[in-house]
Write a protein that binds this ligand. Structure first.
Ligand SMILES: [Zn+2]
Length: 336
C-alpha cells in the first residue's frame, strides 16, 4: 500500500492532461519529491519478477458513452460498431502482446447532446456536465466517451489518470470520432488513451535525460518531443542510450506505433494491482481454460473433450445472453 500511496502522490504531481496531439501536452514538471517517488515506484517493480506473480487475467469493466448531436443524430453508430472500435480493438491489441487484461462491456449508453457537448473541448463546462450525467464512478471502471470532431484542433482524444481517490470525476477516456471517416483518425487512439488511463506517460513526457527515463519507464529510450517520424535511426536524445521508440504506442508516430514495452506492461499491471483494480475480480488463468489432465486414456480424453465442448457451447450461449442484457440503449438528453 505504501507504494500505491507513493504512486498516487506521484501521479498527482505529474498528472493532468496528457494525450494532446503533436506535443501540445500541458503536463507539470515533477518536484524533487516526485523524482524520489518515481525511483521508489521503479524500485518496487524491479524487486518483483514476473515469476513472483501467479498468472491472472485482469478484468476491466468498460462503460461506453456515445455522444451524438441532437437533433441531427450526427455521431450515431450501432452498438456493434462502438464496441468494435473500442473494446474489441483493446482486447485484440492487448492479447496480441500477451498483456493479461480483458475489457468487458458493462454498459453502453447514447447521449443526445447540443453542439458544444458533441464537439467536446477538454476541461470545458460541457465536459464536467457530461461527467455528471454519465460517469460511472469507481477506480476500476473504464468510462469511454466517444465525441464528435472539431476543425480547430488536432486533439484526437485525452485521458485522465486516477490522480486522487477523492476525485470522483474526470477519471475517463475521451475519443474524438470522425463520422465522415467512420472511425477515429488513428484506429489505435483508444489503445494509447487507455495506456494513459492505466498510468503510462508519453515516451517523451520528460524529454531527454537518463534520470527520468523520459517516461519513468526504464526500458523505453528517451525522446525529446512528440513527433511523427518513423525513421528507426531517429535519435532526438543523442546523449542517452537508444534511438527514439517510434514503435511505442505511447508516442506520436501514428504510422508506425503499436506496441507497449515490457516495462510499460509491468507498470500497467503494477498500477492495476495497487491502485485501480485490486484482486477482487482477478481470475486465475488456471480456472479460465480447463485442459485435459495428462494421464487420461484416449477414451477419457475424448469424453472430456466432448464435455468441455458442450460446456463451452452452453457457457458461450449464456455469455451471449448476458451480453445482450448489458447493452441497454439509454436515451439520455444532455443540453439542448
Ligand atoms: Zn497521449
Amino acid at each position: 500500500m505504501r507504494h500505491a500511496a507513493i504512486l498516487i502522490a506521484l501521479l498527482t504531481i505529474v498528472s493532468a492532461r496528457t494525450a494532446r496531439a503533436d506535443g501540445e501536452c500541458g503536463d507539470v514538471p515533477p518536484s524533487d519529491e516526485a523524482l524520489e517517488a518515481i525511483e521508489h515506484a521503479a524500485d518496487a517493480e524491479d524487486a518483483k519478477t514476473d515469476e513472483d506473480e501467479a498468472p491472472v487475467l485482469y478484468r476491466v469493466p468498460v462503460y461506453l458513452h456515445v455522444v451524438r448531436r441532437a437533433p441531427q443524430g450526427e455521431g450515431d453508430m450501432p452498438v456493434a460498431h462502438a464496441r468494435e472500435i473500442t473494446i474489441d480493438l483493446l482486447n485484440e491489441e492487448f492479447a496480441a502482446q500477451d498483456i493479461p487484461f480483458q475489457f468487458d462491456l458493462a454498459k453502453i449508453d447514447y447521449i443526445n447532446a447540443d453542439d458544444a457537448t458533441y464537439r467536446l473541448v477538454q476541461s470545458s463546462n460541457e465536459e464536467r456536465a457530461l461527467w455528471d450525467l454519465a460517469q460511472v464512478a469507481g477506480r476500476r471502471n473504464l468510462n469511454i466517451y466517444i465525441v464528435g470532431p472539431r476543425d480547430d484542433t488536432r486533439v484526437t482524444g485525452w485521458a485522465e489518470f486516477l490522480v486522487n481517490p477523492a476525485l470522483q470525476r474526470g477519471d475517463h477516456v475521451v475519443l474524438r470520432y470522425l463520422p465522415s471517416k467512420g472511425a477515429f483518425s488513428d484506429p489505435l487512439v483508444p489503445v494509447h488513451e487507455v495506456g494513459h488511463w492505466m498510468g503510462l506517460l508519453h515516451t517523451f513526457h520528460f524529454g531527454c535525460g537518463g534520470l527520468m527515463h523520459g517516461d519513468l519507464i526504464r526500458d523505453t529510450p528517451t525522446q525529446a518531443t512528440g513527433h511523427s517520424s518513423c525513421d528507426a535511426a531517429y535519435d532526438s536524445c543523442p546523449d542517452d542510450a537508444g534511438t527514439d521508440p517510434i514503435d511505442n504506442i505511447m508516442g506520436y508516430s501514428h504510422a508506425c506505433r503499436g506496441t507497449f514495452s515490457p516495462g510499460q506492461i509491468r507498470r500497467m499491471k503494477f498500477l492495476w494491482r495497487t491502485v485501480r483494480g485490486g484482486k477482487s475480480d482477478d481470475v486465475p488463468v488456471d480456472d479460465m481454460a480447463p485442459t485435459e489432465t495428462t494421464g487420461c486414456t484416449a477414451t477419457h480424453g475424448s469424453s472430456l473433450g466432448l464435455v468441455l465442448l458442450v460446456l463451452g457451447l452452453v457457457l458461450g450461449r449464456r455469455r451471449q445472453v448476458r451480453a445482450s442484457h448489458v447493452e441497454p440503449v439509454a436515451q439520455t438528453a444532455a443540453g439542448a
